[in-house]
Design a protein around this ligand. Sequence first.
Ligand code: PHE
Ligand code: NA
Length: 454
Amino acid sequence: MSQNNLSKHLWTSQFVFIMAAVGSAVGLGNLWKFPYITGENGGGAFVLVYLGCILLVGLPVLLSELVLGRAGKANPVQAMQYHAKNNKASKFWTFIGINGALGSALIFCFYTVIAGWAVAYFADSLQGKFIGIDADGVAEHFSGLLASPMQLLFWHTVVVLFTVYVVSNGIKSGIEKAINFMVPGLLLILLVLLGYATTTGGFSQSLEFLFTPDFSKLSWGAVLVALGHAFFTLSIGMGVMMVYGSYMKDNVSIGKAAIWIAIADTVIALLAGIIIFAIVFANGMEPGAGPGLLFQTLPLAFGDMTGGWFFGTLFFALVVMAALSSAISMIEPAVAYTEQNWGWTRGKCAWSLGGFLWFLGIGTILSFNEWSDVHFFAGKTFFDSLDFLTSSIMLPLGGLFMAIFMGWVLSKEVRENQLGFSPVLDAALMIALKWITPVAVIIVFASNLVDSSN
Ligand code: PHE
Ligand code: NA
């Protein structure tokens, strides 16, 4: 059957594609969320469960998304339209694409605000505002930022302008250029910080915390958190990997690319954990500090250390680069859809969508101050509603249906063409997609709904 070929762009090389996908995967999920949920859930045993989720559910769904994207050669909506028709399946499957383009755009509306905190912290650290700060000082600093709509709006605007500017320039002269310096920069900073972490007194304690599993500390709820995070951290279920896959050349090995993306994302999350907990333990602080771990515990620790100004500023530069390279990928599905479907220029698509999402992001900003008592959905603020709708509903649903489509609907011929797996490997993938992923996601999904209705 004929190829879709709506996409006019292709990545320059396999290496650039992998860097862009790693840039999308590695973000606030790795540096902010992974360390604090690991801290809250007791360390080692949680890490082990998380690794299992990445391998058994994350990797198979990532492979599926890349296959559906490259074989569909278009934005997620039109790629799924094409696959449905090609496999004589119901039009319903287009839902995967719509859910993805919409969901990733909605994540953008709060991700850019939190990325804005990181930019603000980078600027503050650079100016030496954390030097010698005490516990009350960091708490005040954090709550002061959240209480100020104008400050939040300023940094949110900076993040959105940068992101939309990059995306408006297209794949080769926009995304690739940004990725080419951000991803290597990110890796370099991470290595410097790792070296620094070994010199702090908390290094071995950190390793012990992360890699000695104590299953008595593991709850059922923690398993669900680990699975949900496996989706978020790999940027899967949202059409992001699908649209990045649609720009992939046909001779690139999807299997190898997926393995590299999963390994890079996992290793970087673990390194971030090692670094952060080394600093936490070296200063006698608590690993279970929750979402404030990155924004309160760390400035406090850095403020008290020799070299803290330099390494603290470097650390927030790392968070900023990781967050921006993820934010870029979040509007790409919707931008590609409007570009390929409405026939607008890329610049017009990026700036009008970006403007609209920037505006919605103001709702996120107000959730932390003026609207902190305004509830939108099941007693949740605007920010919590967006987070719940995307992370707990749209993302697992997207992943579930991608796995089902790839496992039960997509022709074997297309799959073999795209993957070129050995029979044994293919059989293993099919078991994961047909059974393991659907069962796991349905359990998570159901328990999330039960949770939120209590
Ligand atoms: N994977 C990114 C992170 O860990 C977040 C993300 C989610 C990016 C969904 C794109 C789509 O921060
Ligand atoms: Na990630």
